[in-house]
Design a protein around this ligand. Structure first.
Ligand code: NAP
Length: 251
């Protein structure tokens, strides 16, 4: 059996809906003290009440907000043991039409936001003595491409570049830094894209989209004491989506 993580302080950015909500909910069910963040107060409050977490309104693209998230976790839960840097956006724009603002928004949220979040939580993660950083990256960028998402793919691949050096720098403080690469997961954000789910499912050997809980349980594993020797690594959770060499091999 894994050692219980009950009572540990867990921060999940972008925990108000989608994958972040799934991660936060899995940790809350495991008895952790969870703080979620998001920009929309109504959504964060409602989710916090629903899953038994606490919330703070913050934008990961702002350094002062990230510092406030860390300070809030310290005040309410006495530190930070696990940081799930999950907040992210995926607006689409073809490269030929992409504006500088589009690029700044996506990289500022997904990549700079990840760095600022980890930076702000570092002293508390180090004090924990068993700090865990779990990034929500994606298969898009690190492994695959998707038209309309050059900036998004760059941000998600960039998170892995960040992770590998952060893992080296933070190892001496007992902090591990790993990333989960989800495939197509049913979330509010995904639904807002209005994509053809049937087309996606046809490319997935497991013949279904993933659930937010399935990302949550991968995060829970990386947060355990037993995963303490794993750092700078990725776990793909995609129902086998990246495996087929051609569409007719998807099963
Ligand atoms: P979602 O349903 O749109 O949820 C995104 C969450 O992030 C919300 O809680 C949102 O709350 C928060 N957020 C967005 N921008 C923020 C900011 N600047 N500061 C703080 N919070 C912010 O999206 P999702 O599908 O769950 O995606 C979550 C993560 O998984 C992202 O990093 C995404 O790249 C990654 N991912 C998703 C999929 C998928 O299939 N769904 C696949 C691969 C990777 P507010 O809007 O209130 O701020």
């Amino acid at each position: 059996m894994f050692t219980s993580i009950a009572g540990r302080s867990v921060v999940v950015t972008g925990g108000s809906r989608g994958i972040g909500k799934g991660i936060a909910s899995v940790f809350a069910k495991a008895g952790a003290r969870v703080l979620i963040s998001g920009r929309d107060e109504g959504a964060a409050k409602a989710t916090a009440e629903e899953i038994g977490a606490s919330y703070v309104v913050a934008d990961v693209a702002r350094k002062a907000d990230c510092e406030r998230v860390a300070a809030t976790a310290n005040e309410r839960h006495g530190g930070i043991d696990v940081l799930c840097a999950n907040a992210g956006i995926f607006p689409d724009a073809r490269l030929a039409d992409m504006t500088e603002e589009d690029i700044d928004l996506v990289l500022g949220t997904n990549l700079k936001g990840t760095i600022l979040t980890v930076q702000a939580c570092l002293p508390l993660l180090a004090s924990s003595g068993r700090g865990r950083v779990i990034l929500t990256s994606s298969i898009t960028g690190p492994i695959t491409g998707y038209p309309g998402w050059t900036h998004y793919g760059a941000s998600k691949a960039g998170q892995l570049g960040f992770m590998r050096t952060a893992a080296i720098e933070l190892a001496a403080s007992g902090i591990t830094v790993n990333a989960i690469l989800p495939g197509n997961i049913v979330t509010e954000g995904m639904e807002s894209l209005g994509e053809d789910y049937a087309g996606m499912i046809a490319a997935i050997p497991m013949r279904r989209l993933g659930t937010v809980d399935e990302i949550g349980y991968a995060a829970l594993f990386l947060a355990t004491d037993e995963a303490g020797y794993i750092t700078g690594q990725t776990i793909v959770v995609d129902g086998g989506q990246v495996l087929p060499e051609s569409p007719d091999l998807a099963g």
